[in-house]
Design a protein around this ligand. Structure first.
Ligand code: 13P
Ligand code: ZN
Ligand code: NA
Length: 283
């Protein structure tokens, strides 16, 4: 069965490693990250954004993830990424999600606390993990668009206050990473991660995992980031592999053929991220 991500993330934070959380959009993408976890004996968080939940339906995603977890020897959690809608959060929990993000980061602090608290109350009772965001992560993730000048770093004192007021078990503080591929390198505020981690003992979540160089990922993990979200890079490797099949053979029309290299490429990309996270062999 799917498990809550709270214990696996607490374990990761306590032991200085990070768990890869991978956004998937199709059955084959889900299978690819599960194979990556199984082959490397890594704990796994499968996640879907609101756009994907609307595209496939939460029940289908939860059913596929549940089957995967039943067939796997590694712990697997299913997470709803960047949700702003309380009703959809409840629907996903009903469908079988074991972790949900309430993203009220666009609101002032007090309103973010209020909305997060409401989700914590229902999710905790269901044994489901909760993630909330403080500050604003830049870039584009589904319908959430934050321009560079609107991105906002999380304040360490507010992080401590937020966790105390909401009881949220995992926190995503904005520290300079962004959704999508970076122009150049991300400008990560490592000192801020340290100051947040000193005040907050819950596992911290690193958003915008695509395009962060190896050394920077490792530094974030050593400072307390216990979950790294990766979306864009995985979509790109998956799609590029399919494009390559059609470029070589425009007549190809069998998904059972053209999905095979795409799955393989995605699996390899996920394993590479797991290596950066340090979660290989931690299942
Ligand atoms: P990337 O698209 O940069 O990998 O960010 C993923 C993310 O933070 C999903 O919540
Ligand atoms: Zn994100
Ligand atoms: Na990114």
């Amino acid at each position: 069965p799917l498990v809550s991500s709270t214990p696996m993330l607490q374990e990761a934070r306590a032991n200085g490693y990070c768990i890869g959380a991978f956004n998937v959009h199709t059955l084959e993408m889900l299978q690819a990250v599960v194979e990556a976890a199984e082959e490397t004996q890594s704990p796994l968080i499968i996640q879907s954004t609101v756009g994907t939940v609307k595209h496939l339906g939460p029940e289908y995603i939860a059913a596929a993830a549940t089957v995967a977890s039943n067939l796997s020897s590694v712990p697997i959690a299913l997470h709803l990424d960047h949700c702003t809608d309380f009703d959809l959060i409840v629907r996903c929990i009903r469908a079988g999600y074991t972790s949900v993000m309430i993203d009220a980061s666009k609101f002032p602090f007090e309103e973010n606390v209020r909305q997060t608290l409401k989700v914590v109350e229902v999710a905790k009772a269901a044994g489901v993990n909760i993630e909330a965001e403080l500050g604003k992560v830049g870039g584009v993730e589904d319908d959430i668009v934050v321009a560079e000048h609107e991105a906002l770093m999380a304040d360490p004192d507010e992080c401590a206050k937020f966790v105390e007021l909401t009881g949220v078990p995992t926190l995503a503080p904005a520290i300079g990473t962004a959704h999508g591929i970076y122009k150049g390198e991300p400008k990560i505020d490592f000192d801020r991660i340290k100051r947040i981690a000193d005040k907050v003992d819950v596992p911290l979540v690193l958003h915008g995992g695509s395009g962060i160089p190896e050394e920077q990922v490792k530094r974030c993990v050593s400072l307390g980031m216990a979950k790294m979200n990766v979306a864009t890079e995985l979509r790109i490797v998956f799609s590029d592999a399919i494009k390559a099949v059609f470029a070589a053979n425009p007549e190809e029309n069998d998904p059972r053929s053209y999905m095979v290299p795409a799955k393989k490429a995605l699996k390899e990309a996920a394993i590479e991220k797991m290596r950066l996270c340090g979660c290989i062999g931690k299942a």
